[in-house]
Design a protein around this ligand. Structure first.
Ligand code: NAP
Ligand code: MG
Length: 485
């Protein structure tokens, strides 16, 4: 069959206004960093330098925490829930109004396809603010204190987020914290600070009281300084298990609370009675959404032996139609890898996969000359002991394993140090319920994958972290009944 060719349909960049340099957002205004240091953020699809970003020092972290403390004591910890809700609704509406600007900026700074930033990241970020705006004046009815009256905020929250969903992770962090009456100091990832800095402008536009939200940019050392700051009441972190463990060690023995959302190695399990064509779409979405830079990605395909050949042949045919290239093109399915360092990690683990004896396959596809790119890749004949079956590749790389019985599927699915998510594809409802009960994963999708909603809690088991984000459970991490402070 002839391949259907699409003419390029690039989204215009004209809507975004990227400044040549950015300060830190502290106490409601952009200020210079105390050390005067800076770093550059680039477009990973072209390696074009986008802007100079200030590097926050320990002194800047201290200034930001002080601003957050002042705002907590003076305003945010005192005003009514209904008033907090008004600000959050205002922010949510501004995010909707400026959605295209946010989507284009996210795609330029991160490398993800515009159709994902436009249809997933930014609408979901706005939805998180709407959802939590609704909670702000109802917290005392949420059962958060076991009948002990209105819950109280924790105070100043330090938040550190990764580069894979920059704006969405910001929303997951800031919306519940503010709804519950806390003030925040947030550090975006070094490679993707631009939408967080645009969000700082949204806070100004919404007349959010100064110091309620502070955005400090920098690398790991800035995140560490925030973790170590003595006047931070709680740490909310999303990122790698390695850094999550370091944070847990740092705050051990202090009064600080923490929620940690870490890595994953999800099993996407296809039974022989599943609707195979639909499952193939779910496999593609599960691992190739956002270039596989997804903590809950379905990176291990467990397929029942009797349908293995059919699934793999349909999957390969489907991957031949995946369009890799310019992230701003509305037809693009797979964009750029976020950084040179991440590309190195994907290349290295893929080479290990081959060396350990798995069979590597990619569809023929032309990759752009500049920027960071990796083709959609499938490894078959993967054994449980292979590193690509155990470790997070965090790229567009799928490992395929087989099973014969539901018990074997469960045993293999649970055989990792992680436990963030899983998928089950079968026609049988009772099997879905049984599997969901057996799988040690925070989220289990049935006959779908990678679906997110602000009302639904998200979080891990085992080394995928602790605490939940979203839904009623997500509020628990941002309040206290009062007795423990
Ligand atoms: P990472 O290295 O752990 O970085 C995450 C954030 O922590 C970044 O802002 C990073 O700053 C900062 N950081 C680095 N070292 C730090 C330290 N010692 N103290 C405090 N903060 C520090 O992870 P990543 O490689 O950027 O992100 C990918 C990982 O995140 C994957 O393993 C993925 O599974 C996980 N993830 C989990 C979830 C979830 O919800 N469970 C969601 C998304 C991603 P710099 O960027 O400037 O280094
Ligand atoms: Mg960038």
């Amino acid at each position: 069959m002839a391949k259907f060719e699409y003419a390029p349909a690039p989204e215009s960049r004209a809507i975004v206004d990227i400044h040549s340099s950015y300060g830190l957002f502290i106490g409601g205004e952009f200020v210079e960093s105390a050390g005067g240091g800076s770093f550059k953020t680039i477009n990973p699809a072209t390696e074009e330098v986008l802007a100079d970003i200030s590097e926050a020092t320990t002194e800047d972290v201290d200034r930001a925490v002080k601003a957050a403390r002042t705002a907590y004591r003076g305003v945010w910890g005192r005003i009514s829930g209904a008033d907090r809700g008004k600000y959050l609704f205002r922010i949510a509406r501004i995010l909707q109004e400026r959605a295209r600007e946010f989507a284009v900026l996210e795609t330029i700074d991160n490398g993800k396809p515009i159709k994902e930033s436009r249809d997933v990241d930014i609408p979901l970020a706005a939805a998180h603010f709407f959802y939590h705006a609704g909670w702000a004046d109802k917290l005392e009815h949420a059962g958060l204190t076991g009948g002990g009256g209105a819950p109280r905020p924790l105070g100043v929250v330090g938040q550190v987020i990764p580069w894979n969903f920059p704006m969405l992770m910001l929303a997951w962090k800031i919306a519940p914290a503010l709804a519950c009456g806390n003030t925040v100091v947030l550090k975006p990832a070094e490679t993707t600070p631009l939408t967080a800095l645009l969000f700082a402008e949204v806070c100004q536009q919404a007349d959010l009281p100064a110091g309620v939200v502070n955005i400090i940019t920098g690398a790991g050392a800035t995140g560490q300084a925030l973790t170590e700051h003595p006047d931070v009441d709680k740490l909310a972190f999303t990122g790698s298990t390695e850094v999550g463990k370091a944070i847990a060690r740092t705050i051990a023995g202090t009064r600080k609370k923490a929620t940690l959302e870490l890595g994953g190695k999800a099993a996407n399990i296809v039974f022989d009675d599943a609707p195979i064509d639909q499952a193939v779409e779910g496999i593609v979405n599960g691992i190739f959404f956002n270039q596989g830079h997804v903590c809950c990605a379905g990176s291990r395909l467990l397929v029942q032996e009797s349908v293995h050949d059919e699934v793999i042949s349909k999957l390969k045919r489907r991957l031949g139609t995946v369009r890799v290239g310019d992230p701003l093109d509305k037809n693009t399915d797979l964009g750029a890898i976020n950084s040179a360092a991440q590309l190195d990690q994907i290349r290295e683990l893929s080479a290990v996969g081959e060396a350990e004896g798995a069979e590597r396959w990619s569809p023929p596809c032309e990759l752009p000359g500049k920027g960071f790119w990796f083709p959609p890749t499938v490894f078959t004949n993967v054994a449980q002991t292979h590193r690509i079956a155990q470790e997070e590749v965090f790229g567009p790389v799928l490992s395929v394993l087989t099973f014969r019985t539901p018990q074997e599927a469960v045993a293999k699915a649970n055989n990792t140090p992680y436990g963030l998510s899983a998928g089950v594809w079968t026609d049988k409802g009772s099997r879905i319920l049984w599997m969901a009960d057996q799988l040690r994963a925070g989220v289990v999708w049935a006959n779908t994958f990678n679906k997110f909603d602000p009302t639904s809690p998200f979080g891990g088991f085992k080394e995928s972290g602790y605490g939940r984000e979203g839904g009623l459970h997500g509020l628990e991490g941002y309040v206290t009944s009062g007795g423990d402070r």
